[in-house]
Design a protein. Structure first.
Length: 124
């Protein structure tokens, strides 16, 4: 259920790092807990994000939740399609990225959960 090539946070974001670029989205577990996603508030390209700090929010019919950056760096791309089709988060959570972050060479990649650790977290 949780792709093995991704890393995960305890806040239910996933990360795919390729060549110092981190794609970030929310996990299937997160979207199931939220219900039907109706709005995603994302930062602007060029903004700096800090690991563990909020970079936006996601709104569903049930609640509004903050999105936390799993890694620090500069936003280099935002999935603008989510402004018109936020439901993509529900239908394809592990392939629908929200932001891409350029990881500076000085930034160390924090300890993130692997597939097995995240599965244990959500399954109790």
């Amino acid at each position: 259920m949780y792709p093995e090539e991704l890393k995960y946070t305890k806040d239910h974001e996933w990360v795919r790092v390729v060549d110092n670029i981190a794609e970030v989205g929310v996990t299937n577990y997160a979207q199931e807990q939220l219900g039907d996603v109706v709005f995603v508030d994302l930062p602007e390209v060029g903004e700096e994000v800090v690991a563990g700090k909020s970079f936006g929010s996601i709104e569903s019919v049930k609640a509004v939740s903050e999105l936390f950056s799993p890694i620090g760096g500069k936003i280099i791309d935002v999935n603008s399609a989510l402004s018109e089709h936020p439901e993509e988060v529900n239908s394809k959570p592990h392939s629908t990225w929200m932001v891409k972050i350029q990881i500076p060479s000085s930034e160390s990649i924090p300890e993130l959960l692997n597939h097995n650790e995240y599965t244990q977290l959500v399954n109790g």
